[in-house]
Design a binder for this molecule. Sequence first.
Ligand SMILES: Nc1ncnc2c1ncn2[C@@H]1O[C@H](COP(=O)(O)OP(=O)(O)OP(=O)(O)O)[C@@H](O)[C@H]1O
Length: 323
Amino acid sequence: FNIGGFKIEWPTKLEDLNLYCKFKECCNDNWIKYNRVRLVKNLTDRVYGQPLLNEAVDALSAHFNPYYPPTKALTLSFHGMTGTGKNFVSKFIAESIYKAGSKSKYVHHFIGRMHFSERSKVHEYKSDLYSWLKGNMSDCPQQLFIFDEVDKIVPEVLNAIKPVIDYRDNVDGIDYSQSVFIFLSNTGADLINEHYYDLHMSEGKSREQLSLTDFEWLIKKGIFNEEGGFHHSDTIKNNLIDHYIPFLPLEERHIRSCIREEFRLKSVTNPRKEHIEQIMQYIEWGPDSSKTFSKTGCKRIGQKVALLVAKYYKQYFTGRDEL
Ligand SMILES: Nc1ncnc2c1ncn2[C@@H]1O[C@H](COP(=O)(O)OP(=O)(O)OP(=O)(O)O)[C@@H](O)[C@H]1O
């Protein structure tokens, strides 16, 4: 409407009100801005034994390069055994893009076993997923979708996202190219572990000397053939996954670092040696005879440390010896 010759437009969405976006998350640069430095710092300081993540960082930096807008959604597929850091790293990625981190309304987390596991519902899942993605992206094109436990997703469901992650500017008038999809699974973990073990033992390569090409072909072959969400999937057939990132199995030095970090998070900067050893007792090692890797990575270490800190609270925080 017009007041004294000034044209005033009534906002159609709450987000059009500047004040609203100061306090509530909106789809703009104040709330969504990729921060490479923050991501690198978190990965370097807090994630142990995964040097190949550098490639994921480069992929994200290229995707968010303001001078070369992306031509398709970025798709990363993380593979590795349990407790090696797939969810942990996804959280840091969310924090590097969204001010609100994983709590952002633009970050979506699906869990295979919980959301897409019933074979009889495959058609329903596909159409629901497609319309849901479309709805969200029409609201804001910069979304992060994390699909956890892809190996538990009924095969074919993920074919529904093919049009969304394909090389197209827009589908039905919606721009999908700015979004990021991360798929997490244990699929291919045995192949990754065996291959790493071979490279390490027979060729003497350290994990820092490895590159993505040592693993990508292996993972791609494995996930296409193994049961699960990518089994014979169109997404793989059409090369729509941009990078397959292997999460390497963790060794003793990494597990010790995880234990120390968990103590630090509970304000214990100088844990007792015997307490560290006590937690090491819980860890199961493999493969069979060599016992080089933790079978559960750093999973559950946080809970074990919490238990010890609670039990020895007085010793740690008051300097007194009684329990
Ligand atoms: N590489 C790592 N460096 C440091 N901490 C780690 C690492 N891997 C796992 N952790 C610790 O273990 C916890 C569990 O790891 P996370 O949930 O990321 O495992 P995951 O690979 O996603 O396992 P799953 O396949 O079972 O889902 C993390 O919250 C983190 O505290």
